[in-house]
Design a protein around this ligand. Structure first.
Ligand code: CU
Ligand code: ZN
Length: 494
């Protein structure tokens, strides 16, 4: 007798093909049979709804969340079974126990525990928490640069570059899927293109990825795309552009030109993919977006405070409203927040993206979906943390018709699985790991809003992680069957 049968479902296998009506049988963590399935220990009636491979969040900052929130409820309830952490140049590894990497990341890595130094150690520590979902890691430039040369605002020396190279290589040897940068952030922004090429080159022997939060996503978006493509060609690695957008009203629409550059590179044989989050606001460490000597008023006017330990009462409010209430100028409010004790760790939400650009992005066939959620559950986080995937399926597939359901599923499953080196996931195929989501395509929708962001979506019925039921109609089972995945290899410890 097999372990689990999900019967009477439309199987969207992740390849982009039309669904087929079938039963799916699961045994010992794997997909055992598709079609006619024998009696199982646990029987689920899918009532004609859709079953798809578990969704893959290609852009996560969950390095620390695997310790602080091992139930990973905000991802699991969306049908996400695997996340890629270590994005934007900030990764939990490598770590020096004598240095505070959480502080260096401005809180992005908050939650980390334990005395690990490398990826093996991180995986071991994270697994001991019995995580609900799978994790795959990138090694981050900001992290390795901080270890090698602190916050020095200059080019790296040859010796420093050698230290960084060693860190990147070790992480890739231990199963990281690639090297990530965050070139608007400190200290990444002080590096020259050449330094990034030298480090991205480390991924070449592994055929691993270079992923990037580009140096500019607004006025110099096109130049930043050129730099990214140049790095990919020089290092001869696959490049993946994170949260592709055109920021600031003056730049709206420019994603078309940016995608045209990507298409030209693809046509010339370069390997390029991208991801996007389906919201018109970004979110990140507020201090990174402002020069305190010359505060950008236009930006200050579209900022909302997500979490702020210095002024908890500001959480969930627009800076313009705080300024009006206090009879202050918006720029003074920004300065007050950022210069307060721990004010530099404030996370903000900024409304900078055009709705039409989201649809342009989602229509591109090499576009994946990445939440970019920052898992700080205090305050009012950006709703993308809880809502990204059901929002694509509900709003952009069902309501707006921007892409077909099968195609959306492909972009969230087999495309990222193949790109990020998950050889036995991302497709419903006999022998693959049984990461699955059962959802109702007529109902699925995000519920998280800017005012009430910690809401789990509707329409996600069942989530299976490595063959075990992790989420069942609104209940998190706590089974803890997630694994620490390695690029094109078996999972850590398997
Ligand atoms: Cu990010
Ligand atoms: Zn980023």
């Amino acid at each position: 007798m097999i372990d689990l049968a999900i019967r009477n479902v439309k199987v969207l296998d992740g390849s982009g093909s039309q669904s087929i009506e079938a039963d799916v049988g699961i045994h010992e963590g794997h997909i055992h049979s598709i079609g006619t399935v024998g009696v199982a220990g646990t029987e689920i009636d899918g009532q004609g709804k859709c079953v798809a491979p578990g969704l893959i969040d290609t852009h996560a900052h969950d390095d620390g969340a695997f310790f602080r929130h091992p139930g990973m409820e905000f991802k699991l309830a969306q049908g996400v079974t695997t996340v890629v952490s270590g994005n934007c140049g900030f990764s939990a590894i490598p770590a020096d126990p004598d240095k505070d990497s959480v502080a260096a990341s401005g809180g992005i890595l908050a939650g980390l525990e334990g005395e690990f130094t490398d990826l093996d150690g991180y995986f071991q520590a994270a697994l001991s928490k019995h995580p609900a979902i799978n994790n795959l890691m990138l090694v981050g430039h900001n992290t390795v640069r901080t270890l090698a040369m602190g916050m020095a605002q200059r080019e790296s020396t040859k010796d420093e570059l050698d230290v960084m190279r060693g860190h990147v290589e070790q992480a890739l040897e231990q199963g990281a899927c690639g090297f990530s940068t965050g070139l608007i952030y400190r200290p990444g922004r002080w590096s020259q293109t050449e330094e990034i090429i030298e480090l991205a080159r480390m991924a070449k022997p592994f055929d691993a990825l270079y992923t990037t939060h580009m140096r500019n996503e607004g006025d110099q978006l096109l130049e930043a795309v050129e730099e990214t493509l140049q790095i990919g060609r020089a290092a001869d690695v696959h490049v993946h552009i994170s949260h592709h957008k055109s920021a600031g009203r003056a730049n709206w629409g420019k994603v078309k030109e940016s995608l045209a550059k990507v298409d030209a590179a693809l046509a010339a044989g370069q390997r390029v993919t991208l991801d996007v989050y389906p919201y018109t606001a970004g979110s990140g460490r507020m201090i990174e977006y402002f020069n305190l000597d010359r505060i950008n008023r236009g930006l200050a006017e579209v900022i909302r405070i997500a979490s702020c330990s210095a002024f908890r009462e500001f959480e969930g409010r627009m800076v313009v409203d705080i300024a009006a209430e206090r009879n202050m100028d918006v720029t003074e409010v920004v300065k007050m927040i950022l210069t307060a004790p721990r004010g530099d760790r404030t996370i903000c939400i900024h409304f900078i993206i055009d709705e039409a650009d989201i649809e342009t992005n989602l229509a591109h066939r090499d576009m994946m979906v990445g939440s970019d959620g920052i898992p700080d559950l205090r305050g009012k986080p950006h709703p993308r943390l809880f809502g990204t995937f059901p929002r694509v399926l509900g709003r952009y597939v069902r309501e707006r018709g921007v892409l077909a359901l099968e195609e959306a599923v492909r972009r969230m499953t087999s495309l990222p699985a193949r790109t990020f080196g998950l050889i036995d996931r991302g497709l419903i195929k006999e022998g693959n790991w049984a990461d699955l989501v059962l959802f109702d395509p007529d109902v699925v929708i995000d519920k998280a809003t800017y005012d009430d962001p910690k809401q789990e979506p509707d329409g996600i019925e069942l989530v299976v992680v490595n063959g075990r039921i992790a989420y069942d109609k609104g209940t998190h089972t706590g089974i803890g069957s997630g694994k620490m995945l390695r690029y094109r290899r078996s999972a850590f410890g398997d």
